[in-house]
Each structure stands twice: as C-alpha cells, then as structure tokens.
Design a binder for this molecule. Sequence first.
Ligand code: B12
Ligand code: SF4
Length: 459
Amino acid sequence: MDLEKIILIYPRREGRILGKGQGSPYTLMRLASLVPDALPVEIWDEDVAPLAFERLGARDLVGITSKTLAIDRAKEIAAAIRKRGSTVVVGGTHATLAPEEVMQWADITVVGEAYHTWPQIIRDVANQTAQNVYVDTEWTSLDGVARLSDRVIKMVDEHRRYWTPYMEITRGCPRDCHFCTAIRVSGKVMRLRPIDEVVEEIERRRLKRFFLTDDNFGLNFRTNPDYVVKLFEALAKLDLTGWTAQAEMMVGNFPELLQLAHRAHLEKLFIGFESINADNRRDLGGKSKGNVAEYQRVIRAIHQHGIGVVGLFVLGLDGDTIQVFENTLDFVRESELDSVSFTIMTPYPGTELRREYIAQGRLLLNEPWSKYDTAHVVFKPAQMTVEQLRRGYDWVCRQAYSSSSILTRGVRALSRHSPSQYQRRVFSSFSTDFGYRKTVSYRDREPDFRWRTPARLNP
Ligand code: B12
Ligand code: SF4
C-alpha cells in the first residue's frame, strides 16, 4: 500500500495559554524527523488546534503519543481515526508501561524508544507486514539519532506557536527510585548526545531559551564531569537568554561546575528535594534525605552562582502525617526558593510503588487514568485519610500559589539579577509558578476546590 501521509498527534490536556501552546511537541518533532522525505508528515497538537479527523483516510498512518493522564483521550482519538480507516500506532509513556491495555484498542503498540522501530513501522505498514507490537528497549547510543529535520522545524514554527521549546541533551538515569516511571521510558543507562549535535540543533532551531527534557541532568556533574565541562564551554559561546534543567541536590557540591553553568546561561535548576520529612528517607531513593538544613545549604550554594532553584516536593509518602503540609509550607517560606512544585505521590503503572500498593490493598481501584496527574489522590496514604491528603494538598497549593506568594518569590528571584537584566528575566521569574498553578487548577473543576477558601486540614 502506498502511504499517503503520516500524522502525529499530541492529545489535549492544557489547551492554550494566552493563545500559545505551553511547550513545543518535541517528542513528535523527533519522530516526524524520522519520516522519509518523500512522505508528507504533519504534527497535530490538540492543545493548539482541534483535530481535523475529516482529512484522514485509509492510506494514512497516524501515531499518537501517550501519557497516563491523557490515555483516555488518546483512546477516543484512536477510535475516531479507525472509523476513517487509517492505521493507528500508539507509543510513549503509557504504551510503554501498560502495553497490554493499549493493544486492546490500537492497531500497533510501541514499547520504549522508537528511534529504530518507528521507521520500521512505516516500512511495514506500507508493505502490509506490520505487527501488533514493536519493542525497543535497547537504549542505544544517541549519536546522530532522530536529528530534527528542517521541514519539521519549519512546520512546527515553535517560536510563534509555543511558549517553551524543549530540548534533549542527555537521557536515562541510573538511580532506581521505586516511584519513578521516567527510567522505564528512558532507561537506566545515562546516555549523552554529542555536544556538536546539541549546538547544531540549538542554532538551527534559533533557540534563545529552552527546557531540558533530561530526567536527571545534574547527575552528570558527578558521573560525566568532562562532558559537562565541554558542554558548558560550548553553550557559553552561544547567544542564549537562559535554559533550565532537572537535577538532584548534590549539584550544590560542585561549585566550579555551577560557575561554568552560569556562564553557559543556565538560568534555573529544578531540584527534586521530594520531602522535608526525614521519616521518608527510605522512600527518597538515596538522592535526598529529608535533611532540611542541607536543603537550605544547597539552595544558597546554587544561588551564589546566580542560578535559580525551583523546589520539587512530593506529598503523601508513607512517613507523612497531616503535619507535613504546614512543615513543607514553612520550609518553602523560609527557603529562598524561586518557584515551587507540589505533587501527590502517584503509583504509575509499571512501578514498584504500584505493585506495593496493590499488594497492601491500598490502590483506589476505581480512579480513572485522568486522575493520574499528580494533583489527585489515587491510593490510601499510610498515616492520613484520602480526604486529609487531598485537603492538605489543596491547602498547600492555595497558600503557595496565591498571587501574593508568587509575587514575593518572583520579585525575590528577579532581584538576584542586576537591573540591566530585569527585562530579560521578568518572564521566567514568574512563569514557572504560574505554570504550576495552572496545572493544579484542573482541580477547579471539582466542586469543593476554591483557590481562595481556606481548607480545613483535619476534616
Ligand atoms: C518534558 C516532560 C514534560 C513537559 C511536557 C513536554 C511535552 N510537550 O510533552 C512538561 C514539563 C510540560 C511535563 C508535564 C507533565 N509531566 Co512530564 N515529562 C517530561 C519528560 C521529562 C521528558 C519527555 C520528553 O519530551 N522526552 C524526550 C522525547 C524525545 O522522548 P519521549 O517523549 O520519551 O518519546 C520517545 C518514546 O517515548 C517514543 N514515543 C513517544 N510517543 C510516541 C508516539 C509514537 C506514535 C511512537 C511510535 C513512539 C513514541 O518515541 C520517542 C523517541 O524515542 C518525561 C520523562 C521521560 N523521561 O519520559 C516526563 C513524564 C512524561 N512526565 C510525567 C508527568 C507525570 C507529567 C505531569 C503530570 C507532571 C505534573 N505534575 O505536572 C505533567 C503532565 C502534563 C501533560 N500535559 O501531560 C511522567 C508521566 C508518567 C505517566 N505514566 O504518564 C513522566 C514519565 C516523568 C515522571 N515523573 O515519571 N512533562
Ligand atoms: S533520580 Fe529522578 S529520574 Fe532518576 S530514578 Fe529517581 S526519580 Fe527517576
């Protein structure tokens, strides 16, 4: 069969923010770049525009990317597409973690990275020899893999249509936190993209700012310092406004690298402190130990080099009682964090955590996948009721994301820069907190959630 076109779909979640999509569809841009030049390819991002099902026919191949929280929408989209006779391929996080579920409604299910299987699928569908499942969990080298093509860069037009461009420099994480899905999607081997390819991509995409998709970029400070030095030297030469990355707190122990990072235009590090409660030590995967004095030291050490710190905290771990909410908020207020994110512990499919909850009879079995957005409780906490965790989380978010709290943190973050930098930094000083506030506000749809009404912590 001669394929007519390939469509790649990102199912709706956030919608647009002030007319633009939140972040560029980087996953789909990489996959679209693997489509042979002779075949037309399009990216349909449902957050940015409604899906044009009427344009699909029997000779089209449609790929859908999947996160757990959007999988029900992906399923609806697949059904609509199959009615038009097109072939549906589903890959990404949820397809990798729960392939047996996705196989029930997709023509083809893709497990793992598709850098090698996706081109194979295109060939097999054209030859009518496609299988139901393709698995790629070899975690092969990233050298020269899925370089963004010019036609894809032009088609996506990310500067005009999106607020945040994404970029991958390293992939994987050798730690094995029992709640983490990222390692099951990106592998446990840390892989590094060649620095000349990274620089070439930044220049060709004309990026000034970007958010790294790397799950634990900071770990490279310890495991691959030579690579990090060379990367920072190369980035320092570029005309960048600033970039952000995820890291664990031990980056605070590498002052020379932080100094170089600042020169390389690193603007903010998202640090997984995870919990201020030392009773959770066992669950924190060895990277943070609930030692708040150490957290404060690390925040100061990073700030000293002119780099901002976004603190990431998880609530509802087994050591948490209702006291954790006030204690976390107190820590956030006392620390000089630039922005904060709170998530509720979430037992994603494929994780050790989920297996534990199931074995202990603690998983709430009737919750839909859409509630796996880290802002809903989908399990029974060990030392609280479901309702207490829910209300406590609401309360922390309402306090921390009130307009005055966001303003205080944003102004403080801005004041760390020289006045000549204010104009450049004003957007990023406030955007992270507002982004998180928007994520939490999905809860607005629930009748008893109000931004301004104080919640009772102890119902
Ligand atoms: C960047 C990122 C984001 C960005 C979004 C980027 C975007 N436009 O999609 C932001 C910061 C907005 C974000 C938000 C959230 N994220 Co996020 N995010 C990531 C991260 C770090 C990297 C993803 C990425 O772009 N990787 C680079 C690209 C090139 O690789 P890839 O996406 O893995 O795609 C490859 C394969 O999966 C496969 N593939 C993917 N799709 C398809 C489709 C087809 C057809 C095929 C053939 C193959 C295929 O091929 C690709 C090439 O190898 C992942 C962690 C991870 N390692 O996956 C978490 C991750 C996906 N996020 C996660 C979560 C939980 C969230 C949030 C709920 C967090 C929160 N509390 O706000 C929100 C949800 C927002 C939403 N709308 O879905 C979880 C998902 C868990 C799950 N089971 O669904 C992950 C796995 C991290 C984690 N905590 O474990 N996220
Ligand atoms: S350190 Fe982060 S990316 Fe690595 S396994 Fe733990 S949670 Fe996952």
